[in-house]
Design a protein around this ligand. Structure first.
Ligand code: GDP
Ligand code: MG
Length: 334
Protein backbone atom coordinates (compact mmCIF):
# COMPACT_ATOMS: atom_id res chain seq x y z
CA UNK A 1 0.00 0.00 0.00
CA UNK A 2 1.31 3.45 -0.85
CA UNK A 3 2.14 5.96 1.85
CA UNK A 4 -0.76 8.16 0.73
CA UNK A 5 -3.24 5.26 1.00
CA UNK A 6 -1.93 4.36 4.45
CA UNK A 7 -2.43 7.99 5.53
CA UNK A 8 -6.02 7.88 4.24
CA UNK A 9 -6.48 4.70 6.30
CA UNK A 10 -5.44 6.50 9.47
CA UNK A 11 -1.95 5.04 9.84
CA UNK A 12 -0.05 7.43 12.14
CA UNK A 13 3.38 6.08 11.32
CA UNK A 14 2.72 6.58 7.61
CA UNK A 15 1.45 10.07 8.41
CA UNK A 16 4.70 10.94 10.22
CA UNK A 17 6.77 9.56 7.35
CA UNK A 18 4.82 11.39 4.70
CA UNK A 19 5.05 14.68 6.61
CA UNK A 20 8.85 14.37 6.51
CA UNK A 21 8.84 13.70 2.78
CA UNK A 22 6.55 16.63 2.12
CA UNK A 23 8.59 18.91 4.37
CA UNK A 24 11.73 17.93 2.45
CA UNK A 25 9.89 18.45 -0.85
CA UNK A 26 10.87 15.03 -2.25
CA UNK A 27 9.40 13.64 -5.47
CA UNK A 28 7.61 10.98 -3.44
CA UNK A 29 6.15 13.69 -1.21
CA UNK A 30 4.94 15.68 -4.19
CA UNK A 31 3.34 12.64 -5.79
CA UNK A 32 1.60 11.70 -2.55
CA UNK A 33 0.18 15.23 -2.33
CA UNK A 34 -1.32 14.75 -5.81
CA UNK A 35 -3.02 11.54 -4.64
CA UNK A 36 -4.26 13.18 -1.43
CA UNK A 37 -5.46 16.41 -3.01
CA UNK A 38 -9.05 15.24 -3.78
CA UNK A 39 -9.41 14.48 -0.05
CA UNK A 40 -8.51 18.01 1.05
CA UNK A 41 -10.58 21.15 1.54
CA UNK A 42 -12.48 20.15 4.68
CA UNK A 43 -10.32 21.40 7.55
CA UNK A 44 -10.56 24.74 9.33
CA UNK A 45 -7.06 26.24 9.19
CA UNK A 46 -6.26 28.50 12.12
CA UNK A 47 -3.05 30.55 12.16
CA UNK A 48 -1.66 31.69 15.51
CA UNK A 49 1.05 34.32 15.29
CA UNK A 50 2.73 36.86 17.57
CA UNK A 51 6.00 37.81 19.22
CA UNK A 52 8.03 35.16 21.08
CA UNK A 53 6.91 34.66 24.68
CA UNK A 54 3.37 35.98 24.25
CA UNK A 55 2.09 32.48 25.05
CA UNK A 56 1.25 31.14 21.60
CA UNK A 57 2.29 27.55 22.29
CA UNK A 58 0.39 27.48 25.58
CA UNK A 59 -2.63 28.98 23.87
CA UNK A 60 -2.47 26.57 20.93
CA UNK A 61 -2.42 23.73 23.43
CA UNK A 62 -5.56 25.11 25.11
CA UNK A 63 -7.34 25.67 21.80
CA UNK A 64 -6.50 22.09 20.81
CA UNK A 65 -7.90 20.76 24.11
CA UNK A 66 -11.09 22.78 23.64
CA UNK A 67 -11.69 21.41 20.15
CA UNK A 68 -10.93 17.90 21.37
CA UNK A 69 -13.71 18.32 23.95
CA UNK A 70 -16.01 19.16 21.04
CA UNK A 71 -14.98 15.85 19.45
CA UNK A 72 -12.92 17.35 16.65
CA UNK A 73 -9.56 15.97 15.53
CA UNK A 74 -6.75 18.50 15.81
CA UNK A 75 -3.39 18.83 14.09
CA UNK A 76 -0.76 21.33 15.19
CA UNK A 77 1.99 22.64 12.94
CA UNK A 78 4.53 24.62 14.97
CA UNK A 79 7.02 26.64 13.00
CA UNK A 80 9.69 27.75 15.38
CA UNK A 81 12.92 29.33 14.26
CA UNK A 82 14.36 29.28 17.76
CA UNK A 83 16.65 26.54 18.89
CA UNK A 84 14.81 23.68 20.59
CA UNK A 85 17.08 24.24 23.57
CA UNK A 86 16.23 27.85 24.29
CA UNK A 87 13.32 30.18 24.92
CA UNK A 88 9.67 29.49 25.42
CA UNK A 89 9.40 26.89 22.69
CA UNK A 90 10.51 24.03 24.88
CA UNK A 91 8.17 24.91 27.68
CA UNK A 92 5.24 25.29 25.32
CA UNK A 93 6.07 21.94 23.79
CA UNK A 94 6.29 20.33 27.20
CA UNK A 95 2.84 21.64 28.08
CA UNK A 96 1.57 20.10 24.89
CA UNK A 97 3.24 16.78 25.60
CA UNK A 98 1.62 16.56 29.02
CA UNK A 99 -1.93 17.48 28.05
CA UNK A 100 -2.18 15.98 24.62
CA UNK A 101 0.13 12.97 24.74
CA UNK A 102 -1.59 9.66 24.09
CA UNK A 103 -4.60 11.28 22.41
CA UNK A 104 -4.84 9.81 18.90
CA UNK A 105 -7.18 12.65 17.93
CA UNK A 106 -4.20 15.00 18.08
CA UNK A 107 -1.07 15.14 15.95
CA UNK A 108 1.72 17.64 16.62
CA UNK A 109 4.40 18.48 14.11
CA UNK A 110 7.24 20.92 14.66
CA UNK A 111 9.04 22.31 11.67
CA UNK A 112 12.34 24.12 11.61
CA UNK A 113 11.99 27.37 9.74
CA UNK A 114 13.88 27.40 6.50
CA UNK A 115 16.22 29.87 4.94
CA UNK A 116 13.75 30.74 2.23
CA UNK A 117 10.45 32.25 3.25
CA UNK A 118 8.69 31.06 0.11
CA UNK A 119 9.93 27.57 0.90
CA UNK A 120 8.54 27.77 4.41
CA UNK A 121 5.05 28.76 3.30
CA UNK A 122 5.12 26.07 0.63
CA UNK A 123 6.28 23.38 3.05
CA UNK A 124 3.61 24.47 5.55
CA UNK A 125 0.93 24.29 2.86
CA UNK A 126 2.07 20.74 2.07
CA UNK A 127 1.90 19.60 5.69
CA UNK A 128 -1.54 21.16 6.04
CA UNK A 129 -2.78 19.29 2.97
CA UNK A 130 -1.58 16.00 4.44
CA UNK A 131 -3.38 16.65 7.75
CA UNK A 132 -6.50 17.84 5.95
CA UNK A 133 -6.67 14.67 3.83
CA UNK A 134 -6.04 12.53 6.95
CA UNK A 135 -9.27 13.89 8.43
CA UNK A 136 -8.04 16.45 10.96
CA UNK A 137 -10.87 18.95 11.18
CA UNK A 138 -8.92 21.66 12.96
CA UNK A 139 -5.38 22.56 11.92
CA UNK A 140 -3.52 25.02 14.12
CA UNK A 141 -0.43 26.70 12.65
CA UNK A 142 1.85 28.47 15.13
CA UNK A 143 4.34 30.97 13.73
CA UNK A 144 6.54 33.60 15.33
CA UNK A 145 5.40 37.04 14.25
CA UNK A 146 8.37 38.28 12.29
CA UNK A 147 7.23 39.53 8.95
CA UNK A 148 6.49 38.27 5.48
CA UNK A 149 6.36 34.59 6.39
CA UNK A 150 3.48 35.28 8.79
CA UNK A 151 1.60 37.14 6.12
CA UNK A 152 2.15 34.22 3.72
CA UNK A 153 1.01 31.72 6.30
CA UNK A 154 -1.99 33.87 7.19
CA UNK A 155 -2.95 33.68 3.55
CA UNK A 156 -3.00 29.92 4.02
CA UNK A 157 -5.19 30.05 7.15
CA UNK A 158 -8.92 30.69 7.19
CA UNK A 159 -8.76 32.38 10.57
CA UNK A 160 -5.73 34.25 11.90
CA UNK A 161 -5.16 34.92 15.58
CA UNK A 162 -2.57 37.57 16.43
CA UNK A 163 -1.42 37.11 20.03
CA UNK A 164 -0.33 40.05 22.16
CA UNK A 165 0.60 40.24 25.83
CA UNK A 166 0.45 43.19 28.22
CA UNK A 167 3.63 44.92 29.21
CA UNK A 168 5.28 44.92 25.83
CA UNK A 169 4.59 48.66 25.75
CA UNK A 170 6.52 50.17 22.92
CA UNK A 171 6.54 46.94 21.01
CA UNK A 172 2.80 47.16 20.53
CA UNK A 173 3.28 50.57 19.00
CA UNK A 174 5.89 49.04 16.77
CA UNK A 175 3.63 46.33 15.41
CA UNK A 176 3.48 46.69 11.70
CA UNK A 177 0.08 47.58 10.32
CA UNK A 178 0.56 44.47 8.20
CA UNK A 179 0.22 42.12 11.13
CA UNK A 180 -2.94 43.87 12.27
CA UNK A 181 -4.38 43.60 8.80
CA UNK A 182 -4.06 39.83 8.85
CA UNK A 183 -5.71 39.53 12.30
CA UNK A 184 -9.23 38.15 12.39
CA UNK A 185 -9.04 37.87 16.15
CA UNK A 186 -6.61 39.77 18.37
CA UNK A 187 -5.85 37.81 21.50
CA UNK A 188 -4.55 39.61 24.56
CA UNK A 189 -3.03 36.67 26.36
CA UNK A 190 -1.54 36.88 29.87
CA UNK A 191 -4.61 38.85 30.87
CA UNK A 192 -3.64 38.01 34.46
CA UNK A 193 -0.76 40.46 34.10
CA UNK A 194 -0.94 44.20 34.80
CA UNK A 195 -1.43 46.53 31.84
CA UNK A 196 -4.26 44.66 30.10
CA UNK A 197 -6.44 47.77 29.92
CA UNK A 198 -3.84 49.94 28.23
CA UNK A 199 -2.88 47.13 25.85
CA UNK A 200 -6.49 46.74 24.84
CA UNK A 201 -6.90 50.48 24.39
CA UNK A 202 -3.78 50.67 22.23
CA UNK A 203 -4.95 47.77 20.08
CA UNK A 204 -8.42 49.26 19.65
CA UNK A 205 -6.91 52.53 18.50
CA UNK A 206 -4.63 50.80 16.04
CA UNK A 207 -7.47 48.65 14.74
CA UNK A 208 -9.62 51.68 14.07
CA UNK A 209 -6.82 53.22 12.08
CA UNK A 210 -6.01 50.03 10.21
CA UNK A 211 -9.66 49.25 9.44
CA UNK A 212 -11.41 52.41 8.30
CA UNK A 213 -15.10 52.44 9.17
CA UNK A 214 -16.83 50.10 6.73
CA UNK A 215 -19.37 51.92 4.59
CA UNK A 216 -21.73 48.96 4.50
CA UNK A 217 -22.90 49.69 8.01
CA UNK A 218 -24.12 53.13 7.08
CA UNK A 219 -26.14 51.66 4.22
CA UNK A 220 -27.95 49.50 6.70
CA UNK A 221 -29.07 52.61 8.49
CA UNK A 222 -27.32 51.76 11.73
CA UNK A 223 -25.13 54.16 13.58
CA UNK A 224 -21.54 53.14 13.83
CA UNK A 225 -21.39 53.34 17.60
CA UNK A 226 -24.20 50.81 17.79
CA UNK A 227 -22.70 48.55 15.19
CA UNK A 228 -19.02 48.33 15.86
CA UNK A 229 -18.75 46.95 19.41
CA UNK A 230 -20.94 43.86 18.86
CA UNK A 231 -20.05 43.44 15.26
CA UNK A 232 -19.87 41.31 13.30
CA UNK A 233 -23.19 39.73 12.65
CA UNK A 234 -22.44 36.48 10.86
CA UNK A 235 -24.10 37.82 7.73
CA UNK A 236 -22.12 41.00 7.40
CA UNK A 237 -19.78 40.79 4.46
CA UNK A 238 -17.10 42.61 6.43
CA UNK A 239 -15.42 41.36 9.54
CA UNK A 240 -14.10 43.79 12.10
CA UNK A 241 -11.38 42.01 14.10
CA UNK A 242 -12.44 40.90 17.57
CA UNK A 243 -10.34 41.48 20.66
CA UNK A 244 -10.30 38.60 23.11
CA UNK A 245 -8.57 38.29 26.49
CA UNK A 246 -7.15 34.95 27.63
CA UNK A 247 -5.00 33.41 30.32
CA UNK A 248 -3.57 30.45 28.47
CA UNK A 249 -1.95 28.98 31.59
CA UNK A 250 -5.31 28.36 33.28
CA UNK A 251 -7.71 28.42 30.34
CA UNK A 252 -9.57 31.62 31.24
CA UNK A 253 -11.27 33.17 28.22
CA UNK A 254 -10.93 30.01 26.17
CA UNK A 255 -14.65 29.30 25.73
CA UNK A 256 -15.13 32.85 24.41
CA UNK A 257 -12.13 32.52 22.13
CA UNK A 258 -13.40 29.23 20.70
CA UNK A 259 -16.80 30.83 20.15
CA UNK A 260 -15.16 33.70 18.27
CA UNK A 261 -13.18 31.28 16.12
CA UNK A 262 -16.36 29.41 15.26
CA UNK A 263 -18.18 32.67 14.62
CA UNK A 264 -15.44 33.67 12.21
CA UNK A 265 -15.71 30.36 10.35
CA UNK A 266 -19.49 30.83 10.09
CA UNK A 267 -18.94 34.36 8.82
CA UNK A 268 -16.51 33.13 6.15
CA UNK A 269 -18.92 30.48 4.95
CA UNK A 270 -22.02 32.64 4.96
CA UNK A 271 -20.38 35.59 3.25
CA UNK A 272 -18.79 33.43 0.57
CA UNK A 273 -15.38 34.56 1.77
CA UNK A 274 -14.40 30.96 2.58
CA UNK A 275 -14.57 30.03 -1.09
CA UNK A 276 -12.98 33.30 -2.20
CA UNK A 277 -9.99 32.79 0.09
CA UNK A 278 -9.62 29.19 -0.90
CA UNK A 279 -9.69 30.07 -4.55
CA UNK A 280 -7.07 32.79 -4.06
CA UNK A 281 -4.87 30.37 -2.16
CA UNK A 282 -5.19 27.61 -4.78
CA UNK A 283 -4.51 30.10 -7.54
CA UNK A 284 -1.38 31.32 -5.77
CA UNK A 285 -0.25 27.72 -5.45
CA UNK A 286 -0.99 27.10 -9.11
CA UNK A 287 0.99 30.23 -10.07
CA UNK A 288 3.91 29.17 -7.93
CA UNK A 289 4.13 25.78 -9.63
CA UNK A 290 3.87 27.39 -13.07
CA UNK A 291 6.74 29.69 -12.17
CA UNK A 292 8.91 26.92 -10.78
CA UNK A 293 8.24 24.61 -13.71
CA UNK A 294 8.69 27.22 -16.44
CA UNK A 295 11.84 28.64 -14.93
CA UNK A 296 13.31 25.15 -14.59
CA UNK A 297 12.47 24.26 -18.20
CA UNK A 298 13.71 27.56 -19.55
CA UNK A 299 17.01 27.35 -17.70
CA UNK A 300 17.46 23.70 -18.71
CA UNK A 301 17.09 24.63 -22.39
CA UNK A 302 19.66 27.41 -22.16
CA UNK A 303 23.23 26.27 -22.93
CA UNK A 304 25.88 27.29 -20.40
CA UNK A 305 27.88 29.25 -23.01
CA UNK A 306 24.86 31.21 -24.12
CA UNK A 307 23.93 32.07 -20.55
CA UNK A 308 27.50 33.26 -19.93
CA UNK A 309 27.36 35.43 -23.05
CA UNK A 310 24.04 36.97 -22.04
CA UNK A 311 25.20 37.63 -18.51
CA UNK A 312 28.24 39.41 -19.88
CA UNK A 313 26.07 41.64 -22.05
CA UNK A 314 23.92 42.42 -19.05
CA UNK A 315 26.91 43.13 -16.85
CA UNK A 316 28.40 45.41 -19.51
CA UNK A 317 25.11 47.30 -19.50
CA UNK A 318 24.53 46.53 -23.18
CA UNK A 319 21.15 45.04 -22.43
CA UNK A 320 18.91 45.09 -19.39
CA UNK A 321 17.93 41.82 -17.67
CA UNK A 322 14.34 42.36 -18.75
CA UNK A 323 15.34 42.94 -22.39
CA UNK A 324 17.59 39.87 -22.32
CA UNK A 325 14.73 37.64 -21.21
CA UNK A 326 12.45 39.16 -23.78
CA UNK A 327 14.95 38.57 -26.57
CA UNK A 328 15.57 34.99 -25.42
CA UNK A 329 11.88 34.17 -25.23
CA UNK A 330 11.34 35.55 -28.71
CA UNK A 331 14.22 33.44 -30.04
CA UNK A 332 17.88 34.26 -30.35
CA UNK A 333 20.06 36.97 -28.94
CA UNK A 334 20.53 40.12 -30.91
N1 GDP B 1 1.15 34.72 33.45
C1 GDP B 1 0.92 34.07 32.30
N2 GDP B 1 1.91 33.38 31.71
C2 GDP B 1 1.64 32.75 30.56
C3 GDP B 1 0.37 32.79 29.95
N3 GDP B 1 0.42 32.09 28.80
C4 GDP B 1 1.67 31.62 28.68
N4 GDP B 1 2.42 32.00 29.75
C5 GDP B 1 3.85 31.69 29.99
O1 GDP B 1 4.64 32.45 29.11
C6 GDP B 1 5.81 31.72 28.73
C7 GDP B 1 5.91 31.60 27.21
O2 GDP B 1 4.85 30.80 26.75
P1 GDP B 1 4.88 30.10 25.32
O3 GDP B 1 3.54 29.46 25.15
O4 GDP B 1 6.07 29.23 25.16
O5 GDP B 1 5.02 31.38 24.37
P2 GDP B 1 5.36 31.46 22.80
O6 GDP B 1 6.81 31.76 22.69
O7 GDP B 1 4.55 32.62 22.30
O8 GDP B 1 4.96 30.18 22.16
C8 GDP B 1 5.69 30.39 29.44
O9 GDP B 1 6.43 30.45 30.62
C9 GDP B 1 4.22 30.25 29.73
O10 GDP B 1 3.94 29.44 30.85
C10 GDP B 1 -0.66 33.54 30.61
O11 GDP B 1 -1.80 33.65 30.14
N5 GDP B 1 -0.33 34.16 31.78
MG1 MG C 1 5.96 28.79 20.89
Amino acid sequence: MSLADSVLNGDRLALARLLTRVENDTIEGREALDVLFPHTGKAHLIGVTGAPGTGKSTLVNQIALSFRKLGQRVAIVAIDPSSPFTGGAVLGDRVRMRDLAGDTGVFIRSMASRGSLGGLAQATAGLVQVFDSAGFEIILIETVGAGQSEVDIARLAHTTLVVEAPGLGDEIQAIKAGILEIADILVINKADRPGVESTERALKNMLEMAHPVPKIFQHHGQTLTETLPDNPSPNASLWFPLIQRTVATDGAGLPQLIESIQRHAAHLRQSGEWLTRERARLEAEFDLFIQQELVARFRAGLPEAKLAQIMESIQNRKISPREAVSVLLNGGVS
